[in-house]
Structure formats: structure tokens, C-alpha cells
Write a protein that binds this ligand. Structure first.
Ligand code: ZN
Length: 385
């Protein structure tokens, strides 16, 4: 594996609530630990998530994270360092190149920061995000200011911190008895990047209230793809003037046979949309035994699929269509078809791709007996809705 994220959640912390510790508090209906974990889960550069939990919190942790799959749990040790080391030892079997270590009580972590850290790890062994200090900085002791510091010489460190896995593992192993609370202190050369002022660490109830407002409007979206395929054969008995594909008329001396208008492109597209929301297939919604759909305009099927997509609160992002046939030639109609499909999907032309190929004279397509269309549609879906 290339990159693994370790999320530390085994601390008891200072309780600002009588019973629930910070990582198990809720922000807009989601637990803090869930929000931290889902940020890494939704990043395609992270191959595995390890959550370090306190043995006593086994049940609550797994309940909070039950909606996220592919998580490994590791029990924390008596100190932060032991907890990190337990996780580092555990992931040795995955042979990761990089490891990111994050505090679970920073739930407002964004993918842009995670990606910046991973990118920098290509050239450095230790990367930390930092933010500058805006207030005047004083050294204090016993209710007295003892020194006025130059704040421009200082920064505040955040997590996730990124490391070369082998280096970090070795350094932890050689320093098992020292209780460090910041992994980067084990390194001589640490590079920093600009952190995110909203990636705050929950320390007080006020932080929780601040994040509740900050994260309210931000829904978590995931992308899902669905696949569709359809085949129709040519009507070889009757001379025709055109066939219908992608909702437009294409000049051809053979039309396609089917119960409806036999629009092979729209049918593949409808199935790919239904696939994204696991709503079955075009055949079980619009049965070819039902006389209602005899010679039906396939745009009706597409409209229905789009209304189901809306019901699931999903947004169509892109449809990539392949048409496989020896004839008719698709290229003269490609732009018109693309525009029509984009209109039916309520997206811009850029979100529709139409490609065409032949079967090199092989098989039923090669013998010009019919046309095949394939489609992959990608949608965006609110997580857990
Ligand atoms: Zn069909």
C-alpha cells in the first residue's frame, strides 16, 4: 500500500461533558470521530484507515463508525506514543510507503490539505501543516509577562502530519520510553506547509459550537458510478428511413426492433443511472410485456430515471456512452446527440461523452445484425442519505 491514515482516538482528554469524551461528541448529528474518519475515507489517495481506540470505548467507537467500511481498529497504549507505535507496528503488514497521523478531535479536516501533505511526502520524510500566530506572543510566568516574543518566528502545528513510514517506525522503535506527544519531534528535518485555520482541534465546548456552525452547510458527498448496456437488432424485413438513437433521428435504411422505440443509447443510459441508485433495471420498471410501453418514446424512461435520482437527492455528474456498430456512421450525429442527451439530463454538454467504434466485422455487430450501446454514469450522493 502507498498511504495509510492513522487516526488517534484513544485519549480520554479533558472532559467538558460529564460523560462523553470529545471524539464521541456530536456535530450536526454526526460524531466527531466519524467526521474525521470520513474525510480520509473520501480521499482516493488514502488506501487504509486505522483508528486507534481505547479498549473501553470499543462499543461506542464501532457504533459511531459503523457506516464506514474497511477500517482497522487498534487499541491504544498507556501514552500517546505507545498508541502511535501500536498502530505503526500493526500496519507493517501492509508495507505502506507513507503514513498520515491525525488527531480524531480535528473533524474539519479537508481533502485539499491531506493531498498537499501526500504530495510533499514525495520529496520529504516529515511534513507538518502549520498556521501563523496572529496575536502578540508573550512569555509568561506567575501572572507576569517575562518576555515579548517575535510571533513571526513561531507557528502552530496541526495534524495530519505526514511521514515516510519506515523512517517513522524506526524512530518510534528507538524512542519507546520517551513520551512524545508530537511525532514530528522525532525528526531532524521537518518541512512544513500552510495549514488550515478551520482545521481546529476541539478543546472546549465553544470549539464544538463553532464547528457546528462552520460544518452545517457542508454536506459530505460521495461519488458512485453505474453501468448500463443494451443491444437491439435491425429490422431486416422492412425498409426504413431512419432509426432513433440518443433521442435523435439518424438516417438509415434499417430501423431497430424493440417493444419501445428501441433507442439503444437511451436504454443503456437509463440502466447506468438506475445502477447508481440500485433501483433495478429498465426491464423491470418498464416491462416489454406491458402494452403501455409499445412504441414508447424512450425519453419517458429517462425522465423516470432522473426523477428517481432526484428522489435519492443525487446529482448526475457525467455520462460516458459507447456505441458499437458497423453502421450507420455516428460521427455526423455525435454533437447533436450529445446536446440532446445533455438537455435530457439537465447537465452541460461537457458532462456527456459519446464515443463510437465498430466490431471489426466480428460477431453479430460485425455482421451488421444490430447495435450495442454501453454507458457509465457517475453521480454525486449525499453520504448516508
Ligand atoms: Zn433496449
Amino acid at each position: 500500500m502507498k498511504t495509510i491514515a492513522i487516526i488517534l482516538a484513544s485519549g480520554i482528554g479533558k472532559r467538558f461533558d460529564k460523560s462523553i469524551i470529545k471524539q464521541y461528541q456530536y456535530i450536526n448529528g454526526k460524531s466527531v470521530i466519524f467526521l474525521s474518519a470520513i474525510a480520509f475515507k473520501s480521499n482516493p489517495n488514502i488506501e487504509k484507515i486505522i483508528i486507534v481506540i481505547n479498549k473501553k470505548h470499543n462499543a461506542i467507537a464501532k457504533k459511531c463508525l459503523s457506516e464506514i467500511d474497511n477500517i482497522d481498529y487498534v487499541y491504544g497504549g498507556s501514552t500517546r506514543q505507545k498508541s502511535v507505535f501500536n498502530a505503526l507496528k500493526f500496519i507493517n503488514k501492509y508495507k505502506p510507503k507513507y503514513v498520515l497521523i491525525h488527531d480524531s478531535v480535528r473533524p474539519n479536516i479537508k481533502n485539499i490539505l491531506i493531498n498537499k501533505i501526500i504530495n510533499k511526502l514525495k520529496n520529504h520524510d516529515a511534513i507538518i501543516p502549520v498556521i501563523s500566530i496572529n496575536d502578540a506572543l508573550k512569555k509568561t510566568n506567575n501572572s507576569k509577562v517575562i518576555e515579548h516574543m517575535d510571533r513571526t518566528k513561531f507557528s502552530l502545528a496541526q495534524t495530519p502530519q505526514g511521514f515516510n513510514y519506515q523512517q517513522l517506525y524506526k524512530k518510534h522503535k528507538n524512542n519507546l520510553t520517551s513520551d512524545i506527544n508530537d511525532d514530528s519531534t522525532l525528526f531532524q528535518n521537518i518541512h512544513y506547509i500552510k495549514g488550515d485555520i478551520n482545521n481546529i482541534k476541539i478543546t472546549t465546548k465553544n470549539d464544538l459550537i463553532f464547528l457546528e456552525h462552520k460544518m452545517k452547510k457542508e454536506k459530505i458527498y460521495i461519488q458512485i458510478s453505474g453501468i448500463g448496456i443494451d443491444i437491439h437488432k435491425f429490422d431486416t424485413l422492412n425498409e426504413a428511413k431512419f432509426l432513433v438513437m440518443g433521442g435523435i433521428k439518424i438516417k438509415h435504411n434499417k430501423s431497430l426492433l424493440g417493444h419501445s422505440d428501441a433507442d439503444v443509447v437511451i436504454h443503456a443510459l437509463v440502466d447506468s443511472i438506475l445502477g447508481t441508485i440500485s433501483e433495478g433495471d429498465i426491464g423491470n420498471i418498464f416491462s416489454d410485456k406491458d402494452p403501455k410501453w409499445k412504441n414508447a418514446n424512450s425519453e419517458i424512461f429517462l425522465k423516470h430515471a432522473m426523477s428517481l435520482l432526484k428522489k435519492h437527492k443525487c446529482k448526475l455528474l457525467h455520462s460516458d456512452i459507447n456505441i458499437i456498430c458497423e453502421e450507420p456512421k455516428i460521427s455526423p450525429y455525435r454533437d447533436k446527440m450529445k446536446k440532446n442527451i445533455a438537455k435530457l439530463l439537465f447537465v452541460s454538454d461537457k458532462c456527456v461523452s459519446i464515443k463510437a467504434t465498430t466490431a471489426e466485422n466480428l460477431g453479430f455487430i460485425g455482421r451488421k445484425e444490430g447495435i450495442m450501446a454501453q454507458c457509465i454514469t457517475t453521480i454525486s450522493k449525499p453520504y448516508n442519505e
